[in-house]
Design a protein around this ligand. Sequence first.
Ligand code: ZN
Length: 252
Amino acid sequence: MEAYTAILEAAEYVKKSRRTVAFTGAGISVGSGLMTFRGKDGIWKRFDPAEVGSIQAFLENPERFWRFAREIGPELLGSKPNPAHLALTQLQHLGLLGSIITQNIDGLHQAAGSVDVIELHGNIRSVSCVSCQAVTPSSSHPHILDQHSVPRCDACGGLLRPDIVLFGEKLPQEAYTLALRRVRSCTLLLTIGTAMEVSPASDLPLIAKEGGARIININPSPSEADNYADFSLYGPSEEIVPRIVHALNVIL
Ligand code: ZN
């Protein structure tokens, strides 16, 4: 467990920062029971990303893609925010945190009540048709994960896909541009539960650093992310982030 002095130091950084931004990855949702994609127990140990994770794989074999979606979908849809998500919402309420940039598709920041969430990899709230591009809320397809055939567009019969970024696809331009703008102008970047392995999202901390921002990294164990950080706190984010907020409540 991280010593209180380290937690307090992080809290001091947050207190002094004029513009703080958070950048979160799969690690922040582990406390909600969601598996990470990478790492030793990650989803990519059970499924081959080349077979289910790319846009080419989807187009070649949509049946296989939707079998994978039916496997991981219920867990994603049933998950709840954990104390790390809630602590970030508290920081926003205290006026100590602006945007939350996330690589996650689970929507748990919004479920925790956070605002100004920038989703770099899309989300599972909507699906779109690869033929006519019609976008519809996932909730309007209640049996999408029960049916054993590939879901089809009501309007044109085209293949439906979730609005998440697959390998081989660009990040949503609007979200990425906004994320760049936020990290360029921040004075402190909290990177939480991301090992910075996926470009171009992994470029964000570098850009923040070039702009003169401090970086605090929170991860269960040492990773690539340490190289960017002014300092790192090791432990589960659902433990570390609430402790920082608690320390702030003492020193504010
Ligand atoms: Zn269509």
